[in-house]
Design a protein around this ligand. Structure first.
Ligand SMILES: [Zn+2]
Length: 73
C-alpha cells in the first residue's frame, strides 16, 4: 500500500517515490518554512519581552511612582 504524503509547507502531494525523510515538495517550500519559522520566533520573543515589560511596570505603577517621587524629593 502506497502511503500518500504531503508537503509540510504548501500541502502538495509528494511524489510516490519520495523518501521517508522528505517533508517538502521542493527546496523553495523548505526555505519558505525556514523563513516563516524565523519570523514567528522573532515575533514570539518580541511578545515575551513586551509581556515582561508590562508585568513589571503595570501592577502597582511602581515605575511611574518612583520617577515622580524622585523628582519631587
Ligand atoms: Zn510544497
Amino acid at each position: 500500500m502506497a502511503r500518500l504524503r504531503f508537503c509540510d509547507s504548501c500541502g502538495a502531494r509528494l511524489p510516490m517515490g519520495a523518501s521517508a525523510r522528505r517533508r517538502y515538495c521542493d527546496d523553495a517550500c523548505r526555505a519558505q518554512v525556514y523563513r516563516d519559522r524565523q519570523v514567528a520566533d522573532r515575533i514570539w520573543r518580541l511578545g515575551m519581552m513586551l509581556a515582561e515589560a508590562e508585568s513589571a511596570a503595570l501592577p502597582d505603577g511602581t515605575a511611574l511612582a518612583g520617577v515622580s517621587h524622585d523628582s519631587s524629593a
